[in-house]
Design a protein around this ligand. Structure first.
Ligand SMILES: [Zn+2]
Length: 442
């Protein structure tokens, strides 16, 4: 009598699988078995078909399968400002270019189209989850639903009026209305996103802290991005932004702090003691001339450090593989310690550390049984990836996002043989060109 095999939705066999799980396993000639939205098994290729049968089977020779990449700091819709204002300092860039352009052009259709452009680029780059902060979150959520990318959407708060809201209370009311409406959406979680210490008052931070505690919701903010920000805070409040936010109760395990380029010893101790998660954005920090975060010190203090791109207006790529390589190289160059952030750790920063930052590490961030099937396959067969002694090193130091060939999110295939599934790529290109003409750039 024939053995009865268990049904599965998808079986992916790959030459290598890096799990990023607790044992950091690099498995050769293994297969991942998916049922609906979850990974249900991991076993050798020569055994998988004895136990399971699936309608969809992928045999990915010369590919490494890793957990989906997590981008922990984005403003997705700003992809429509890619190349709009380059080679400027953060304050010049914000005050004289980005904020005036946002005033003129940003509405819900800008946010939806910009987010669709960003999500398309992120899927093609192997990103399966992004941590966003922008206006009109409902439009971002519509793009998320259309493309099926996992997201943590920030409910932005600013002191000053924008096209979206008038004052901190209005931002919060609108944010919570959005949160209530979309709370049952599988791919969406939310955080409160005060923009930055220099653009949000003590009163607003106090209100945000109360809501964060009452609703058990994370806080996502820019923090210590530039020297200007520190100087301005010391002038106005007599203390650094970290110290000020600590006094206001904002510094705690629910805080996701983007950048943290300038931290003195006291600031670093406050963040470490309070288990704050840091989104390291090396490309954006370098492009805006903000500086280079002291990640070596953060790691020494056991802080959770993940990777972000920031927006396409200050990067100009939503390329976490690129950030992985840059983070691994920068720490070696700045500390003269080539053993810091080895390739394996760089992948973990972009996967499991991102999941920890978002508080989602029980469901995403590693390839393990019962976790969500958010997976990326990278083709290492090209000339630039040969010879291939160690697939983890090849992935971080030789390959690039153009080698990403398959992506699954929540068990559904989103990129197949380097092409977006069920999305007309030409339509997205034309939509971006339409906005380019509107924003009057050549
Ligand atoms: Zn940012």
């Amino acid at each position: 009598m024939k053995d009865i095999k268990k049904n599965a939705s998808v079986i992916i066999s790959a030459s290598w699988i890096f799990t990023a799980g607790p044992e950091d396993q690099l498995l050769s000639d293994y297969a991942v078995v998916i049922e609906n939205d979850k990974v249900i098994d991991l076993l050798p290729q020569n055994k998988v078909f004895d136990e399971y049968e699936a309608n969809n089977n992928y045999q990915l020779t010369d590919h490494i399968l890793i957990p989906g990449l997590i981008n922990t700091h984005t403003h997705a819709a700003m992809s429509l400002f890619k190349g709009f204002a380059d080679d400027l300092s953060l304050q010049d860039w914000l005050n004289n270019h980005i904020w005036p352009a946002e005033k003129e052009f940003v509405n819900s259709s800008f946010v939806k189209d910009g987010s669709i452009l960003a999500l398309s680029e992120m899927i093609k780059s192997g990103v399966t989850t992004f941590n966003d902060m922008y206006f009109f979150p409902e439009a971002t959520a519509e793009a998320v639903k259309e493309l099926g990318v996992r997201s943590n959407i920030g409910l932005v708060v600013l002191d000053f009026p924008t096209n979206y809201a008038t004052d901190p209370e209005d931002y919060l009311v609108k944010g919570f209305e959005f949160r209530d409406k979309w709370r049952n959406e599988e791919l969406i979680t939310t955080s409160i996103a005060p923009h930055a210490p220099y653009s949000v008052s003590n009163e607003a931070f106090t209100l945000i802290n109360t809501y964060s505690e009452e609703l058990n919701i994370n806080i996502h903010t820019h923090l210590h991005e530039t020297q200007w920000e520190i100087d301005q805070s010391i002038d106005k409040y007599g203390i650094t932004p970290v110290q000020r936010l600590n006094n206001l109760g904002i510094i705690g395990p629910s805080l996701m702090a983007a950048h943290c380029v300038y931290l003195n010893d006291q600031d670093m101790d406050i963040l470490a003691k309070n288990k704050v998660s840091i989104a390291h954005n090396p490309s954006s920090n370098m492009k805006l001339g903000s500086g280079i975060a002291d990640v070596a010190k953060m790691l020494k203090q056991n802080l959770t450090v993940s990777l972000g791109t920031d927006s396409s207006a200050s990067n100009n790529r939503l390329d976490i593989m690129g950030e992985m390589r840059l983070a691994a190289l920068l720490i070696k160059g700045t500390t003269k310690s080539p053993e810091l952030i080895p390739a394996k750790e760089a992948i973990k920063m972009a996967t499991i550390n991102g999941a920890k930052t978002l508080g989602l590490d029980s469901t995403i961030g590693s390839i393990e049984k019962n976790k969500k099937a958010d997976l990326v396959a990278i083709d290492l067969s090209a000339i630039e990836n040969q010879p291939l002694y160690n697939p983890i090193s090849t992935l971080v130091y030789s390959s690039s996002r153009t080698d990403v060939s398959y992506v699954w999110i929540d068990g559904k295939i989103k990129l197949k043989d380097k092409k977006l599934v069920n999305i007309d790529e030409e339509r997205i290109i034309q939509m971006a060109k339409k906005w380019q003409r509107k924003l009057k750039k050549i």
